[in-house]
Write a new protein. Sequence first.
Length: 61
Amino acid sequence: MGELLAALCLVAVIEGLFLLLAPQAWKRAAEQLLALPDRQVRMLGAMVLGIGLLALWLVRL
């Protein structure tokens, strides 16, 4: 359980870094996501999820 909480904290740190260092780029990316149909956003989410799981599996070997 502690590892899961640590991972969630790292996600917050990374997202905070993006907002701190490149707020305009973050806003543009959010606008582009809003313009996409739900199906494409879901596909993007599925791809990011898959890449994340693969990376986690490789790191944990």
